[in-house]
Design a binder for this molecule. Structure first.
Ligand code: HEM
Length: 394
């Protein structure tokens, strides 16, 4: 049996050394997951793109060969069945097509004033409060949570409940039973919310989906996916992004001096941290030759996307954090049919947060050394539990 593939990041600023070694020596490798499952691991960006656009690879989480990183996630796979992220063509195209119009670049741009107002209000509260303050609680979590709540028509008053449930779902260490409870609780909550919307529709995405005569349980699945995917991911990127820029004043100066470069910085941050490191798994449903290896139908594939986002073939000196490099060809949002539906929203939120922080709190700094920060080493979405900051009054 091959050696067990390490999944945990030991350094926030680098992929596990074993992932980089595989990229150099065996980019399509047979590896063993901590669950004991044997799977293929891809670490070069071209192989990843080829795999993610080949219909012989399926996203069906309930397929017995689909790789799961921990036993709890396999047990949860049935619940993902109705979500587009777990669908293949033709169902996937239908499910995604039904909601794609809500996430166009134009629709997202129209949200800018609302997002700006949310960010400003969070910063007003932060600045009026004591120092040091936890930026995760004050800004990173509330901004994307408020935005997704408004978009979906979910009451923000319930944020503690859905944030806690999402965090439990995304931690590898959550015991399977607790994960089921979190999932069941979220499902029931959204079922009741959507039943209310069926009789009293609001001006929101979920009410519009119901109005399109979608089945209520499909709208519940969509709500689950968008609520889970829509806040924790962006929240972690905000925290990591702020931390990284505060640690690299020369890079921060680039966007301070020229805010038109913030979109570039956002792409580089997405690439550099690749927070959804293992979210591009698939299972082969036909025999495939890839990178000189023979992948058989039924075999699972995991993507070492953090390493792939430093592939020297695509990114010169990929370990260097360089906000001006032009990193938009990264795969932090995936690639192919399942590429992140919320990417334009996530980009916009990140841009507005960074620009506003730079403008309104130029004296922001970390309140503790980076080595003392609690990183989410055990989560499927990487990030920070807390980000203590302090500032000189603006
Ligand atoms: C899919 C990452 C924010 C909704 C994905 C995938 C990745 C990803 C890697 C591909 C999964 C796969 O191929 O199996 C991220 C990151 C985010 C982010 C890094 C923030 C920085 C968001 C937001 C939303 C969202 C804000 C919703 C508002 C979705 C949905 C899918 C998805 C619905 C499934 C698309 C499909 O299966 O066709 N995301 N995401 N994401 N994301 Fe995101």
């Amino acid at each position: 049996m091959s050696e067990v593939l390490p999944l945990t990041r030991t350094c926030p600023f680098a992929p596990p050394a074993e992932h980089l070694r595989l990229q150099e020596t065996e980019p399509v490798a047979r590896v063993t997951l901590p669950t004991g499952e044997q799977v293929w691991a891809l670490s070069r960006i071209d192989d990843v793109r080829t795999m993610l656009t080949d219909p012989r690879f399926s996203a069906d989480r309930t397929h017995p060969g689909f790789p799961h990183l921990d036993p709890g996630r396999r047990a949860m796979a049935g619940a993902l069945k109705g979500m587009m992220v777990s669908m293949d063509p033709p169902e996937h195209g239908v499910a995604r097509g039904a909601v794609m119009g809500e996430f166009t670049a134009r629709k997202m741009a129209a949200l800018r004033p609302q997002i700006q107002q949310i960010v400003d209000e969070c910063l007003d509260t932060l600045l009026a409060g004591p120092q040091p303050a936890d930026l995760v609680r004050a800004l990173s979590l509330p901004v994307p949570s408020l935005v997704i709540c408004r978009l979906l028509g979910v009451p923000y008053a319930d944020h503690e409940f859905f944030q806690r449930s999402t965090e439990a779902l995304l931690l590898r260490s959550t015991p399977p039973q607790q994960r089921q409870t979190a999932l069941g609780g979220l499902y029931t909550y959204l079922q009741e919310l959507i039943a209310r919307k069926a009789t009293e529709p609001g001006d929101d995405l979920l009410s519009r989906q119901l109005g399109e005569a979608a089945e209520p349980q499909d709208v519940v699945s969509l709500a689950m996916l968008l609520l889970i995917a829509g806040h924790e991911t962006t929240a972690n990127m905000i925290s990591l992004g702020v931390m990284m820029l505060l640690e690299h004043p020369d890079q921060l100066a680039v966007i301070r001096e020229d805010p038109t470069k913030t979109p570039l910085a956002v792409e580089e941050l997405l690439r550099y941290f690749t927070i959804g490191e293992f979210s591009l798994s698939r299972v082969a449903v036909g025999d495939v030759e890839l990178g000189g290896k023979h992948i058989r139908a039924g075999e699972g594939v995991v993507v070492l996307s953090n390493a792939a986002n430093r592939d020297p073939a695509a990114f010169t000196d990929g370990d260097r954090f360089d906000v001006e490099r032009g990193a938009r060809h990264h795969i932090a949002f995936g690639f192919g049919a399942h590429q992140c539906l919320g990417q334009n929203l996530a980009r916009l939120e990140l841009q507005i947060v960074l620009d506003t922080l730079v403008r309104r709190i130029p004296g922001l700094r970390l309140a503790v050394p980076v080595d003392d920060l609690p990183f989410k080493d055990d989560a499927n979405i990487y990030g920070l539990y807390e980000l203590p900051v302090t500032w000189t009054a603006p």
